[in-house]
Design a protein. Structure first.
Length: 263
């Protein structure tokens, strides 16, 4: 192995369930960005759900069983990176507490947690990556997902990377840090409250005059894209990684067909 190859950090991409099932392009975009930043990227085949739905529902037994499998699947890497503040937050902030009764597993969980990062935070804060040379002449606004913002401090990193996208004009909402109402299982348990919250969010999005909505969590993006479509608001919705990786010409916006119409 060459010295240059040996110096490249070995990164496990934690794909996330939603990217795997609904938006694989987010995973491919993350790989493109991580490799451009100087990483060797692998996608561990044994990875599963991070356990957050079970954890948030109080089913810590299921969450712990999933987490225990991840302790093996994600071991041996220099870093674990997820294109989701929500999943990264679960692994980094909550997973270790599932093993309070087992010091050995707690030690392993702490080791995984310490090397787990949300994608844009890892690119900027760890790798010092300033972005690819890509262009997108659109007016965009950015939604700060709750877990990424409040658990991991993801705020300026995606904006710093987006500032390098030629032709992209970023306009802020009045309330970019307010929850969109998804909240994982919250939208199932409290649908009326969730619907009101996302309606408030889409009104804020529309008020910016942006024709593109960006965020770093697919749960939030799917929720907002669905409401925007039902309200007839012509705002395209994308994961920030797709823009940063220059993939907007390769995959349609979330919830739209290849011809740009609502799916």
């Amino acid at each position: 192995m060459s010295e240059a190859a040996a110096a490249r950090p070995r990164v496990a991409l934690f794909v996330t369930c939603l990217a795997d099932l609904y938006r694989p392009s987010v995973g491919f975009a993350a790989i493109r960005l991580l490799e451009a930043a100087g990483c060797t990227v692998e996608v561990p085949r044994a990875q599963t759900c991070c356990g957050q739905p079970a954890y948030n529902s109080g089913d810590h037994e299921t969450a712990r069983a999933l987490a225990e499998g991840l302790l093996t699947a994600l071991a041996g890497y220099d870093y674990v990176v997820a294109p989701s503040g929500s999943c990264a937050g679960m692994l980094r902030k909550h997973m270790p507490g599932l093993f309070e009764a087992d010091p050995d597993l707690r030690f392993r969980a702490d080791a995984i947690a310490a090397k787990t990062f949300e994608l844009t935070s890892f690119l900027v804060d760890v790798m010092g990556f300033s972005g690819l040379d890509v262009a997108l002449p659109q007016r965009a606004t950015y939604h700060d997902s709750c877990a990424g913002l409040r658990e991991l401090g993801v705020k300026e990193q995606p904006r710093a990377l987006l500032s390098r996208v030629e032709g992209l004009e970023l306009v802020e909402m009045d309330t970019p840090e307010v929850c969109c109402g998804f909240g994982g299982t919250f939208c199932v348990k409290h649908p009326d409250i969730s619907a009101r919250m996302v309606s408030d969010k889409t009104a804020d999005i529309a008020s910016t005059g942006a024709d593109l909505l960006l965020a770093g969590d697919l749960g939030c993006l799917l929720n907002m894209a669905g409401r925007l479509t039902r309200e007839g608001k012509p705002v395209a919705v994308r994961h920030v990684a797709e823009v940063l990786a220059g993939m907007t010409g390769e995959v349609p916006p979330i919830g739209r067909g290849r011809d740009g119409s609502a799916a």
